[in-house]
Design a binder for this molecule. Sequence first.
Ligand SMILES: Cc1ncc(COP(=O)(O)O)c(C=O)c1O
Length: 262
Amino acid sequence: MSTTLDLLRPELSRLKPYKPADYVGGCIRLNANETPWRPPGDDSRDGLNRYPDPRPAELAAQLAAHYGVAADMLLVTRGSSEAIDMLIRSFCRAGRDEIVLCPPTFGMYEFYAQIQGAAIRRIPLNRDQGYTLPVDEICAQWTDCSKLVFVCSPNNPTGNSFPDSEVERLATGLAGRGVVVLDSAYVEFAASDPLHGMLARHDNVVVLRTLSKSLSLAGIRCGSMIGRAPLIELIGRALPPYCFPTTSQVAVMRCLGAEAQS
Ligand SMILES: Cc1ncc(COP(=O)(O)O)c(C=O)c1O
């Protein structure tokens, strides 16, 4: 039986992670062609003439503590929107693979699938049963080309949460065949948070979190992709270095610090 890692595009495991210029705090890196002068009006701690940390390790550690997971299980993304894009690009071969959606649901899954050239299989929520998750239909219609199913809970736009037992039944049904992406953008407004149990029991579940909603930080663009460490490491290889701006790193850490004290 194949594993979740086998479902990734093979290019990804062959991809050598980009090696940025060594990051030495406090020094100007001429090897990265940084200018030695700060721009006018720059009152930032480290200087905006400097590239940010290529992978924001300090920020990842703080976010991991916020969500109660190990740091190597979390990839910092520019909003959870970018995590959706990364997942589709990492699993779906253009023109060959597909994602599964359960409408009515968040529109960006479809948008990113179209950009990647991934097909979309739509299996609607059971409207007459209060928008329940069609677990059996998803498992029955799954094909070798199906890679990801997006489960948004609480769901945008219907607002209902799916029982953990149903999401887990889906993960079990797709083990070795597909990945359940649990978009938890609104989970802080729900009665409970299934993150830890879900990740402990299933290697084919990836959870998306964002600071945009419950913490009112949409302008910072900070999302997290959380999953088993080997999967997160491989997907992270496709993320460009230096992509999370210094100003956002500092702002997130300040806001999370204030949140922890409130
Ligand atoms: C269900 C859901 N997921 C993800 C997002 C993306 O949020 P962000 O990119 O700000 O993290 C949204 C935004 O409205 C959303 O409704």
